[in-house]
Design a protein. Structure first.
Length: 129
């Protein structure tokens, strides 16, 4: 016996649903990319306390030393990243470069956080002042 296979054609409603979902995804991506703001300040926190603030537009390299070890913070070209660390897993180094307000790099073994805040105002839109 031979089985016949029917071709199932998409219905008109299916096509509208697919196109609508694609358009909604494009609009969301466009809004997300368009609303990101370049950061203005790099804040370094160790063990929950702010220890330093640096302008993101001034190139510099800073060695951050703590009780558990060190991290090397590089700020260049409007971006910040940790280029070296002596922690065991180096996840903070693998995080890469950050440049937008709200982004952060965390080194848990050293209890270190490097985060970017906006240039004009350091207010967080979610939690307020």
């Amino acid at each position: 016996m031979r089985q016949s296979r029917k071709k199932i054609a998409p219905k008109r409603g299916d096509i509208f649903l697919i196109v609508g979902c694609l358009l909604a995804a494009l609009v969301c991506c466009g809004l997300w990319l368009g609303l990101r703001k370049d950061g203005g300040t790099v804040i370094v926190e160790q063990e929950g306390r702010e220890t330093a603030r640096y302008a993101l537009n001034e190139d510099r390299t800073v060695k951050i030393e703590g009780r558990a070890g060190y991290n090397l913070l590089v700020i260049r070209g409007g971006e910040a990243w940790l280029s070296e660390a002596d922690c065991p897993n180096l996840l903070c180094v693998k995080t890469g470069k950050i440049r937008y307000a709200g982004q952060s790099i965390v080194c848990l073994p050293h209890r270190l956080a490097v985060r970017i805040v906006g240039g004009a105002s350091a207010l967080d839109a979610v939690t307020g002042p």
